[in-house]
Ligand binder design. Structure first.
Ligand code: 6GU
Length: 230
């Protein structure tokens, strides 16, 4: 998969895109990511990327020309339009289903907003999908883009080992949350690993895990409902 990230803060991406699963996917050649600075496409001595809103009001607005030029340059270099996504708190909420849908695409162009918003002609010009990662306000779309890239990358064929991906399908993506897990030592400061896990009875272990996962998901859902009441 090809991903281009267009941002005013390219340095924010260095660590996240070179470590862990994303770093591995890039080294394996499964993921080809380029981070591009929108400011490189701005004009004038000051390379201005933002300006005050027409009609007045607080804050600054991301200008239309540098963003459109940055997207067009990206598309020319890649030899295709790609699926253009605007990261904005106004967008549709990102979830696992959206991650699965995007993971099937060949090329994503992620445009990170900043300041109080985008000039509306960016939306008109690009006709992008608009995505938010949740109901809270971030100072820019960069961290949201990283969240999206991480969630999508781990779904790309060949990134996770086959064992890991199967386990994920059967548990995390259904209603069930994870069962408690342990590794050595068998005892830490008086806390013992449940005897059943040391027993070697695979069927009884499976049954115990299923029961604990059910208990956990029931408890978490009740907590969630309690939160809504407050
Ligand atoms: Cl994509 N951008 C910003 N600025 N804030 C957000 C967001 C995006 N998603 C949730 N909050």
């Amino acid at each position: 998969m090809k991903i281009d990230v267009l941002t005013l803060f390219p340095a924010m991406f260095g660590g996240v895109l070179s470590q862990s699963m994303i770093g591995i996917a890039r080294k394996k050649g499964i993921l080809d990511i380029t981070v591009r600075n929108i400011r490189d496409h701005a004009e004038g001595r000051h390379r201005t990327v933002d300006d005050r809103p027409y009609g007045g009001g607080p804050g600054m607005i991301l200008k239309v020309e540098p963003v459109i030029r940055a997207v067009e340059r990206t598309q020319a270099e890649r030899g295709g339009e790609g699926h253009v996504i605007l990261l904005t708190p106004r967008g549709r909420r990102f979830d696992q289903a959206a991650a699965r849908r995007l993971a099937r695409l060949d090329h994503l162009v992620l445009v990170c907003g900043h300041y109080e918003g985008f000039d509306e002609r960016i939306r008109i010009g690009l006709g992008p999908e608009e995505i938010s990662i949740g109901d809270y306000v971030l100072s820019g779309g960069e961290i949201a883009a990283m969240v999206l890239i991480d969630a999508v990358t781990r779904l790309l064929p060949g990134v996770l080992g086959s064992g890991e991906s199967l386990a994920e399908e059967s548990f995390n993506e259904g209603a069930l949350l994870e069962y408690p897990q342990y590794t050595r030592p068998a005892e830490f400061r008086g806390m013992r690993v449940p005897e059943i896990l040391l027993s070697g009875h695979h069927e009884r272990i499976e049954e115990w895990r299923r029961r604990r996962a059910l208990e956990r998901s029931r408890a978490r859902r009740t907590e969630a409902r309690d939160d809504e009441k407050t």
